[in-house]
Design a protein around this ligand. Structure first.
Ligand code: NAP
Length: 551
C-alpha cells in the first residue's frame, strides 16, 4: 500500500527521519542516525557535501576558528589521522575534509544531492511529516531535522535597475565553482563584512581596479595565518580528549584559549596597550578575550575599539581613508569581528578606492555600473558581499506547517521563538540544528553542531524506547526560554549594533537578538539537565497505530 498525502500526491518513500542539508550538521547527523538503526534520508540542494564551505568559494575564503579546533571530534581516528596544513584552513581544504568525512563514513548513499526541500507539512492524523522536494516528489517521515545552517540564505539587496547591469555579478555566498578571473577588470565590491574583508585583498591583486562600497566599517584583527608544524599538530592530537572537553564544557564559545581573569579597566593604560599589542601580534579572534568585560562594559570596550582604530590609522596612509575605515557607531565585537590578511593595507594600493555610502546609498544599478552620490561608477564586474538572511532565512525558504496548518513563517513573524533553539511549540517532531535561541553563530559551529546532534539522537533513542509518537516544546517552556535568551543578550553590549545577529541587515526583519549568548558551556548544562529531567518543557504523546508506508 502506498501512503497518500492529503493533496493526493503519492508518497515516494517513508523514513524514520528526514534531514535537510548535508553540511557539517547533516553529515554527522546521518552518521549518528544510522548508528541508532534508523532509516534516514538527507536532502541537499547543492551537488556536494560541505554546506557553507560548498557555497562560499570566494577568493580568500578561510575559517576564522583555528583548524585544530574547527573539526569534528566524534571520531578519534578521524581527528588523529586528518592533517591540517594551516592555522586557519582555507575553504578548499575544509571542503576536502568534508568530502573525506563523507567518503570515510560512506555517507553519500543516503544523501540526495541537487534536491531542494520546498515544504514540510505535519499531518495530525498520522503524526508524520510530509516533505516535498522541488522535483515534485513527496516523502514521509516521523521526524524532520533542519540542518540547513545559519548563514545559508545569501542576500542580494533589491537595488533599482539590478538586472540592467551588463557586466558580470557575483555573490560571495554563491561563488562559481570554476572560480573567477578578474585580471584586467574594473571590479566593484559592495559590502565590508567578513566575506568582503577576506576577498578584497585577493581580488585587488588581480583586478585592474577595485572600488569598495562601504556602508558600515568593520573591526578586523590580523589573522596571522601560517603553516602548521607537525609538532604543533602532535601537541593537539596528544591532548585532544582534554582539549575537546575544555572546548565543550569550559569555554563560552567552543574554543580553547586563555580565559581572561581581569577587566580592561583594572590595568593601567600602558599595561593594557601591552596586552592588546600581544593579541594583535598573535592574531585571531582571541583579541576579544583580552579582558573579561569587553562584551559587557562600554568603557572597557572603548579601550579595545580605540586600540584597533589606532592600528587602522597607523596602517592606512591616506588619513581620510583611514578615518572612513574606523568604526565608531557600535562597540567592538557586537558586529561579528573579522579576521583579515592585509585588509587595511590593501587601501594603500593604487588600484583600490573606498567609497562611503553611509550617507549616499547606492541609488541604482545601471547597464555600466552603479550610481551613488549622483555619480556613476563603471565596472566590468560587481561582487555582492552583502551577507545573508541569517539564522532564520534558510527555514523561511521552506514552507513549514505544523499543527492546524500553522506556518513557521507566521509563528515567527515577530522574531524566532524556540525552546532551547531545538524545537518549536506547535511543530512536533521537528528539530533544528544550531537554530535561533542556541549559541550557534556565537560559537565554534562544529562544537555546537556536535552537541545538538548528540542531544537530538539521544532524544530520538529515548522516544523509541518509550514508544512516544510526538514530542514538541510546550508554549510555556518556549516563552520562558525566549525571555531568558533576551534577558541574557540585553546584559551585554551586543544589542547596541545593527547586526545580522539582530536581523538588522534585512529590511523589515524583526529586531530580535537571535543566538543564545549564555555560552556553550552553560547551554550544554541546561540541555543535559532538561534531558535528565525527563525532557522537561516538552510535551509527548504515545505512538499512534497508523498504517504507514510501504514503498
Ligand atoms: P555581513 O557581515 O552581513 O556583511 C554584509 C555587508 O554588506 C555589510 O558591510 C553590509 O553593510 C553590506 N550591505 C548589506 N546590504 C547593503 C546595501 N543594501 N547597501 C550597501 N551595503 C550593504 O556578511 P558576510 O561578510 O558575508 O559575513 C556574514 C557572516 O558570515 C560573518 O559575520 C561570519 O559570521 C560569517 N563569515 C565567516 C567567515 C570566516 O570564518 N572567516 C568569512 C565570511 C563570513 P552594513 O554593515 O551597513 O549592513
Amino acid at each position: 500500500m502506498t501512503e497518500i498525502q492529503r493533496d493526493a500526491t503519492p508518497v515516494a518513500k517513508s523514513y524514520d527521519v528526514i534531514v535537510v542539508g548535508a553540511g557539517f550538521a547533516g553529515m554527522y547527523l546521518l552518521h549518528r542516525l544510522r548508528g541508532l538503526g534508523l532509516s534516514a534520508r538527507v536532502f541537499e540542494q547543492g551537488s556536494g557535501v560541505g554546506g557553507t564551505w560548498y557555497w562560499n568559494r570566494y577568493p580568500g575564503a578561510r575559517c576564522d576558528i583555528e583548524s585544530m579546533q574547527y573539526s569534528y571530534s566524534f571520531s578519534d581516528e578521524l581527528q588523529q589521522q586528518w592533517e591540517w596544513t594551516e592555522r586557519f584552513a582555507a575553504q578548499p581544504e575544509i571542503l576536502k575534509y568534508a568530502n573525506h568525512v563523507a567518503d570515510r563514513f560512506n555517507l553519500r548513499p543516503d544523501i540526495q544531492f541537487n534536491t531542494r526541500v520546498s515544504s514540510a507539512v505535519f499531518d495530525e492524523s498520522t503524526d508524520r511529516w510530509t516533505v516535498a522536494t522541488d522535483d515534485g516528489k513527496h516523502y514521509s517521515a516521523q521526524h524532520v531535522i533542519m540542518a540547513t545552517g545559519s548563514l545559508s540564505n545569501a542576500r542580494t539587496p533589491d537595488f533599482k535597475g539590478l538586472a540592467s547591469f551588463k557586466g558580470k555579478t557575483y555573490h560571495t555566498g554563491h561563488w562559481p565553482h570554476e572560480g573567477v578571473d578578474f585580471t584586467g577588470l574594473r571590479v566593484g565590491v559592495i559590502g565590508t563584512g567578513s566575506s568582503a574583508i577576506q576577498s578584497i585583498p585577493v581580488i585587488a591583486e588581480q583586478a585592474k581596479h577595485v572600488t569598495v562600497f562601504q556602508r558600515t566599517p568593520n573591526f578586523s584583527i590580523p589573522a596571522r595565518n601560517h603553516d602548521l608544524t607537525a609538532e604543533y599538530q602532535k601537541s593537539w592530537k596528544d591532548d585532544y580528549p582534554e582539549l575537546r572537553r575544555r572546548a565543550r564544557e569550559e569555554s563560552r564559545n567552543g574554543v580553547v584559549g586563555a580565559m581572561p581573569t581581569k577587566g580592561a579597566l583594572e590595568d593601567t593604560p600602558d599595561d593594557r596597550k601591552k596586552v592588546y599589542d600581544e593579541e594583535w601580534e598573535r592574531g585571531g579572534l582571541h583579541f576579544m578575550a583580552s579582558y573579561n568585560n569587553l562584551a559587557l562594559d562600554k568603557t572597557a570596550n572603548d579601550t579595545a575599539a580605540e586600540y584597533v582604530r589606532g592600528k587602522i590609522a597607523e596602517i592606512v596612509k591616506d588619513p581620510k581613508v583611514a578615518t572612513l575605515l574606523q568604526p565608531t557607531t557600535y562597540p567592538i565585537g557586537t558586529k561579528r569581528i573579522c579576521l583579515d590578511t592585509e585588509y587595511y593595507e590593501t587601501f594603500n594600493r593604487g588600484n583600490v578606492t573606498l567609497i562611503d555610502i553611509r550617507n549616499a546609498p547606492i541609488e541604482a544599478m545601471t547597464p555600466n555600473g552603479l550610481i551613488t552620490g549622483g555619480s556613476e561608477h563603471e565596472f566590468d564586474a560587481i561582487v555582492f558581499a552583502t551577507g545573508f538572511d541569517a539564522m532564520t532565512g534558510s527555514f523561511a525558504k521552506v514552507d513549514i506547517r505544523g499543527r492546524a496548518g500553522l506556518t513557521l513563517k507566521s509563528k515567527w513573524a515577530e522574531g524566532p521563538k524556540t525552546y532551547l533553539g531545538l524545537m518549536v511549540a506547535g511543530f512536533p517532531n521537528l528539530f533544528f540544528i544550531t537554530g535561533p535561541g542556541s549559541p550557534s553563530v556565537l560559537s565554534n559551529m562544529i562544537v555546537s553542531i556536535e552537541q545538538h546532534v548528540d542531544w537530538i539522537t539521544a532524544c530520538l533513542s529515548h522516544l523509541r524506547e518509550k514508544g512516544i509518537g510526538t514530542m514538541e516544546a510546550t508554549k510555556t517552556a518556549e516563552e520562558d526560554w525566549v525571555a531568558h535568551v533576551n534577558e541574557v543578550a540585553y546584559k551585554t553590549l551586543y544589542p547596541q549594533a545593527d547586526s545580522w545577529y539582530m536581523g538588522a541587515n534585512v529590511p523589515g526583519k524583526p529586531r530580535v537578538f537571535m543566538p543564545y549568548i549564555g555560552g556553550v558551556h552553560i547551554y550544554r548544562q541546561i540541555c543535559n539537565k532538561v534531558a535528565a529531567g525527563d525532557y522537561k518543557g516538552f510535551a509527548m504523546t504515545p505512538q499512534k497505530q497508523v498504517a504507514t508506508a510501504a514503498e
